[in-house]
Design a protein around this ligand. Structure first.
Ligand code: GLA
Length: 399
């Protein structure tokens, strides 16, 4: 992260200088894509559900200039590494490397009309990696945004987000839903983005935090989500299994998605005996309802209700979906004990990473004292907080 951290203007200037140094010429443009935090609607995007994320003020910047061949030369300022490949044959970099997000986006872009050509890219980000704030989606979206600007590709924002999700699914091999790439591309300043992951209809819902004297505090548990890919894919399979069970128990052979299951349906099915897939389904069905209710509450600035829904969401993720951890539960427990915290829950995939907290804006220091300090003392882990406004998604400009 260190290479270009600091205020945004300085990060941009530093990256331009890095590009000049590595490629011996000036970049033609910059693309910038943010990380995201999810307010509510967790583990429902791959169940056709509703999610309510927003873009944070940490981003990946890509400086670019076209080449006159088919090669892509990418340089990561954060890792001090080059990665080179050709568009005709996009091969994989070492597993876990930042370069696979660049390569994945480039590989998927080949399908776009008015094909892309070769390009030089210098990349620098300050979204913490492995913290559940979508640093990988930010790389994919920023790289796709750079290609789109450089070659005037005819691809709208929704299609760009979908393409970046495919990069993750088909190239990187993580079966994520659409939320992260969508939020990184289409978020709007001072709004949360309500996304219907079935239709991809989306609505920017005003997030009038300042008027309510609140701010969003992201607390990083400092536990990296190492084993996440396998546990994440397990949950996806359990949701598929739940659909199969519900088809039989509800006698609905055409059922294909938990989105089409109501709470009453589920109660009826569970009355015949609770199974593990049905517990997972109970989280999904209730979480979709909570995300809809939270968007409604935001529209009327009812942050008390948003906070209450966040609490319920955390318990459901902990008890029915089993994606929390001792550390996340500790952070959430310490936070909810404070009268100046309206709501707290794990955010992102879970198993580690971050919590999202609605905190009175004049009590951030108290939050450090009452939540972060005891967490550090009890776990020995170096937790930290990020206070973030809701920011714009993908931006690109020429220099
Ligand atoms: C990860 C995935 C998203 C979503 C969340 C859980 O961030 O990339 O698609 O499933 O987990 O809500």
């Amino acid at each position: 992260m260190a290479a270009t951290d600091g205020p945004r203007e300085r990060r941009i200037d530093t990256l331009i200088a890095v590009f000049q140094r590595e490629f011996g010429r000036a970049p033609e443009g910059i693309a910038e894509a943010p990380g995201r935090v999810n307010l509510i609607g967790e583990h429902v995007d791959y169940n056709d559900g509703l999610v309510l994320p927003f873009a944070i003020d940490r981003s990946v910047l890509v400086a670019w200039a076209r080449r006159d061949d088919e090669a892509v030369w990418a340089y990561s300022a954060d890792y001090g590494e080059h990665s080179r490949f050709t568009l005709a044959n996009v091969t994989h970099a070492a597993p876990g490397s930042w370069a696979n997000y660049v390569r994945g986006a480039a590989a998927m872009l080949r399908a776009v009309p008015l094909a892309a050509g070769g390009i030089d890219l210098a990349i620098a980000g300050n979204v913490p990696a492995g913290a559940g704030l979508s640093s990988s989606a930010a790389i994919e979206v920023a790289v796709a945004g750079a290609f789109r600007a450089a070659f005037s590709l005819e691809i709208d924002d929704v299609a760009l987000a979908q393409l970046c999700q495919r990069a993750e699914n088909e190239f990187v091999g993580v079966q994520c839903g659409i939320m992260d790439q969508f939020a990184s591309t289409l978020s709007q300043r001072d709004h949360a983005l309500l996304i219907d992951c079935r239709t991809l209809a989306h609505e920017a819902v005003p997030l009038r935090l300042a008027d309510a004297g609140l701010c969003v505090v992201v607390a990083n548990s400092s536990v990296r989500r190492e084993l996440i890919a396998s546990a994440y894919n397990d949950r996806r399979r359990e949701c598929d299994a739940a659909v199969v069970e519900l088809r039989a128990r509800l006698d609905r052979p055409a059922l294909t998605s938990l989105r089409d299951v109501t709470q009453a349906d589920l109660d009826r099915a569970i009355a015949a005996g609770e199974t593990l897939p049905l517990r997972r389904a109970r989280h999904v069905v209730s979480e979709i309802a909570r995300a809809a209710a939270a968007a409604e509450a935001l529209r009327r600035d009812d942050f008390g209700e948003v906070g209450r829904l966040m609490q319920e969401s955390h318990l459901s993720l902990r008890d029915d979906y089993a994606v929390s951890s001792r550390e996340l539960d500790l952070l959430v427990g310490l936070a909810t004990a404070q009268e100046y915290v309206a709501g707290a829950r794990l955010t992102g995939a879970g198993f580690g990473g971050c919590t999202v907290n609605l905190v009175r804006a004049d009590r951030i220091e108290a939050f450090e004292r009452d939540v972060i300090a005891p967490y550090r003392a009890q776990t020995g882990l170096p937790a930290e907080i990020y206070v973030t406004p809701a920011c714009d998604g993908l931006r690109a400009w020429r220099l």
